[in-house]
Write a protein that binds this ligand. Structure first.
Ligand code: ADP
Ligand code: MG
Length: 250
């Protein structure tokens, strides 16, 4: 199968502190890669290095064989091919849903307003928000805002989508509606790297699970293997933090 994203010997430091050390990873087109690991292990940093939001100390990231290098004059073009959705949907408060969705395609990609609007409406329909096109972000729930943020990312026609804990800030009853949209994208064979603490979702959606700890990828395997029989003690310990034994309430 076709390789789309390649990370070679990536190291990332903040001052003297090494967050990521010699990370090597090849992602196949259409694959869903879920990245899990304890808080502070570098998951967000890894995604940010991939889409060029962070300077890399060593190594390189390639998309379709093209190096993505911050400071490189091609960096902006490459970054456009990678869409990212964060925990906090940073929609523009003064723009309505439709305007939020078409702003970057018009400004950055110089697309025609009518054409961009048509695509945005089709995508909003797909995530169940077509009726909300004229609403402002303050009029939406967290789950609705996050679905708009996903539509906004899709409008740029990214080749790879990065999701960084997109449901972490949501009330529990809104988690599902957002994860369902991500599942729909997986069915469309979108290439995605997903950081999440939703373990049953991770297991359901992943083609491959990476467990990150201490600056390294220490497990890289299919979801059933990772969730049923992880190889390392560190992964077992991590997975146990999501489980509860029966509690003696007496
Ligand atoms: P995760 O997303 O897995 O919780 P992060 O990638 O956010 O972890 O952070 C990894 C480590 O790098 C943490 O120890 C964090 O404190 C540190 N870190 C993250 N961003 C910065 C920064 N801008 N400056 C200094 N240290 C940072
Ligand atoms: Mg993070």
């Amino acid at each position: 199968m076709e390789e789309i994203l390649k990370i070679e010997h990536l190291s990332k430091k903040y001052d003297d502190f090494t967050v990521l050390e010699d990370i090597n990873l090849t992602v196949k087109k259409g694959d869903v890669t879920v990245i899990v690991g304890p808080s502070g292990c570098g998951k967000s940093t890894l995604l940010r290095c991939i889409n060029g939001l962070e300077e890399i100390n060593e190594g390189r990231v390639l998309l379709d064989g093209e190096v993505i290098n911050p400071g490189d004059r091609n960096a902006t073009k490459s970054r456009e091919k990678i869409g990212m959705v964060f925990q906090s949907y940073d929609l523009f408060p003064h723009l309505n849903v439709l305007e939020n969705a078409i702003l970057a395609p018009m400004k950055v990609q110089k697309r025609d307003k009518a054409e961009a609007s048509e695509e945005a409406l089709a995508l909003l329909e797909r995530v169940g928000l077509a009726a909300r096109r004229d609403n402002y972000p303050r009029q939406l729930s967290g789950g609705q805002k996050q679905r708009v943020a996903i539509v906004r990312a899709l409008m740029m026609h990214p080749e790879v989508l990065l999701f960084d804990e997109v449901t972490a800030a949501l009330d529990p009853e809104m988690v599902r509606e957002v994860l369902d949209v991500v599942l729909d994208l997986a069915r469309q064979k979108r290439t995605m790297l997903i950081v999440t603490h939703e373990m049953s979702f991770a297991r359901a959606i992943a083609d491959r699970v990476l467990f990150l700890d201490g600056g390294n990828i220490i497990e890289d395997c299919p979801p059933d293997e990772f969730f049923v029989s992880p190889r390392t003690d560190r992964a077992r310990k991590f997975l146990r933090t999501f489980e509860y034994e029966s509690v003696d309430k007496a």
